[in-house]
Write a protein that binds this ligand. Structure first.
Ligand code: SIN
Length: 293
């Protein structure tokens, strides 16, 4: 019998759900190894059941992260090409590190609650984030369960918003982020043309589980279509506040080499930030989903 090789299929792992409104740790999986079809199917089902999967201590290369991400669908390339990992445009560098005075990554990604790429016609199924360098203090990522947000919404608000559409725009908070972070690049006309505002359902149905979820965010949702501006603003503020109540939220405290994989159809997320003098670097891949309905 031949010795175990690094490409041998993984056969056994455990799923440990968090005592939280979402999330589970997958124990005993090494993503540097080949994942066979039965294991892949368990991972896929765990993702649908728990919305956020945490794989600890993953020593994988960017190419391996891309390969694993592609098992779930086509990858989306972020409009800020300035922060792609050289040689791997599928990876967006999330980092506050500056080299020779220039940022190497998007340092303020996720500073408002959002679901990735909700501002394009076909938003993201899910995103993977792999820790490269972590701060000693802070740097957590928070996740809100948008199915729970829908389930626990007052009946009169449910009646009011079902069937409504809202506009999502990449530019909604861009000027504010540039004001806070002067290094954030000006967008070219070509980049702006790629992120024209889109209408999305305020309540979406998960295409695989059939569960309903709220689908509006403080980062990208600008207005509810067909409502007067003040009414739209008031309603959106109520939905934003309700979505991120503590009982809907899990806080991920990063450990070295964590890889996490979340479902953007079920969750919103927020980067809590860290002190400016502490280095933080993560690699993100974003998997394309379906047109929301
Ligand atoms: C993101 O929004 O994808 C980044 C989240 C983080 O940096 O914690």
């Amino acid at each position: 019998m031949s010795a175990l090789s690094v490409t041998e299929a993984v056969t056994d792992f455990n799923i440990l759900p968090f005592e939280a409104p979402l999330g589970a740790e997958l124990i005993g999986l090494d993503l540097a190894r080949e994942i066979d079809a039965p294991d892949f199917s368990r991972i896929h089902q765990a993702h649908l059941n728990h919305y956020l999967l945490v794989f600890r201590d993953q020593r994988i290369t960017p190419a391996q992260q891309i390969e694993f991400s592609r098992r779930f669908g086509a990858l989306q390339i972020h409009v800020l090409h300035q922060f792609q990992l050289p040689g791997h445009p599928e990876i967006l560098i999330i980092s506050n590190i500056k080299e020779n005075g220039e940022p190497i990554g998007l340092g303020d990604a996720g500073h408002f609650w959002h679901s990735d790429l909700s501002y394009v016609d076909v938003p993201s199924l899910g995103s993977m984030l792999h820790a490269q360098e972590l701060p000693a203090e802070g740097g957590d990522t928070l996740f809100a369960n948008m199915h729970l947000a829908w389930d626990t919404l007052d009946a009169h608000l449910k009646d009011k918003i079902i069937g409504l559409k809202a506009e999502h725009s990449y530019l909604a908070q861009y000027a504010e982020l540039q004001r806070r972070n002067p290094w954030r690049p000006n967008l070219t006309a070509e980049q702006i043309a790629k992120v024209k505002p889109v209408l999305q359902p305020v309540v979406r149905t998960h295409p695989e589980t059939g569960r309903k979820a709220l689908f509006v965010s403080e980062h990208f949702t600008t207005r509810i279509d067909g409502l007067p501006e003040d009414e739209s603003r008031d309603l959106l503020n109520q939905l934003f506040t309700h979505s991120v109540k503590p009982e809907h939220v899990y806080r991920h405290r990063w450990q070295p080499h964590d890889l996490i994989f979340w479902d953007n159809r079920s969750l919103m997320h927020l980067a809590a930030g860290c002190p400016e003098d502490q280095r933080r670097k993560l690699y993100r891949t974003t998997i394309e989903g379906d047109v929301p309905f």
